[in-house]
Design a protein around this ligand. Structure first.
Ligand code: GUN
Length: 300
């Protein structure tokens, strides 16, 4: 069998188009423009690229983008004061503090100072608790993107065996909670799991989020399974020339594509969905803040 390729780039474009439609409606009918504030502390090059892309895509869907760039040595009190200001700004519906933060800042304290209703990343402890208890919450963007792709591809997920490899707070744990909410039988596996290949072979839905290049091999995949590869790993690619690199996922794509029913590629799979879901979360937060119905198809 050769797997169907789940095109995350194309799917993200459809999510952004839906977001843009909701934004246009909010503006025309209600006179409200959703706004996303992104806070970047320091000059981490990868973070600068992410923040630039977020700002660009926010404007492209018709929302307001507020960028706050702070020096790497910004005192914690100043960052908390900025978040307080954004929490109280009615033009700001979503707030994202780009991670990682410089070492002198307490990330948990900073994230938990965001108004949970404006927590576009879904990282606030209140949102984590709400999701964990199956209640309405803000949902982390990457797992939300994975869920949207799974629902689009499979329809109902009810009763499926789902294995999530990876137990991070940003992907693995919220992903498992979302799959549980959609009535999957969920296993969270990780690098210490006994017989990891055997556990993966039981998965109708296999989500790989371990951060280890090509760790999950083709013969770990159940025939016909749907494989979602969250990993983005930069590895040397001598075949492309000296000093060259390439991006690979946590799954051995060539091997898994022979066995799986469907699979997300890297790049072009889960990656583009993350920012699309950040925009979706901002519209959701805006609708909730204004007592309006939630945007259909953009929430968990
Ligand atoms: N850094 C890398 N990914 C993310 C993300 O999804 N959210 C935030 N806030 N920072 C990140």
């Amino acid at each position: 069998m050769t797997a169907e390729i789940i095109d995350g780039k194309a799917f993200a474009a459809t999510v952004r188009a839906k977001v843009a439609e909701h934004v246009a409606n909010l503006k025309e009918v209600h006179g409200i423009t959703p706004g996303l504030a992104v806070v970047l502390v320091g000059e981490d090059p990868a973070s600068q690229v992410y923040v630039r892309n977020k700002g660009k895509q926010t404007l492209e869907v018709g929302m307001n983008s507020f960028e706050h760039k702070l020096d790497a040595d910004t005192p914690e009190a100043d960052l908390l004061a900025l978040i307080d200001q954004l929490n109280n700004d009615p033009a700001v519906h979503g707030i994202l503090v780009q991670l990682p933060l410089p070492d002198h800042l307490n990330s948990d304290l900073v994230i938990n100072s965001i108004n949970p209703a404006k927590d576009a990343d879904g990282f606030h402890i209140s949102n984590v608790g709400l999701l964990g208890t199956g209640q309405k919450s803000m949902v982390p963007c990457t797992p939300l993107g994975c869920l949207m792709m799974l629902r689009d591809h499979l329809g109902s997920l009810s009763g499926k065996n789902a294995v999530v490899v990876g137990r991070s707070n940003i992907v693995g744990k919220p992903m498992a909670n979302l799959l549980l909410k959609d009535s999957c039988t969920v296993t969270i596996a990780h690098s210490r799991t006994q017989d990891l290949p055997g556990v993966c072979r039981g998965a109708d839905i296999l989500v790989a989020a371990v951060g280890r290049p090509e760790m999950i091999k083709g013969d770990w995949v159940k025939p016909g399974a749907t494989v979602i590869d969250v990993g983005i790993n930069r590895i040397p690619a001598p075949e492309k020339g000296e000093g060259k690199h390439k991006l690979v996922g946590d799954v051995d794509f060539a091997g898994a594509a022979e066995i799986a029913g469907a699979i997300t590629p890297v790049p072009g799979g889960v990656g583009p969905m993350t920012i699309a879901c950040l925009l979706a979360n901002t519209v959701t937060a805006c609708c909730r803040a204004n007592g309006l119905p939630e945007p259909e198809g953009l929430t968990a």
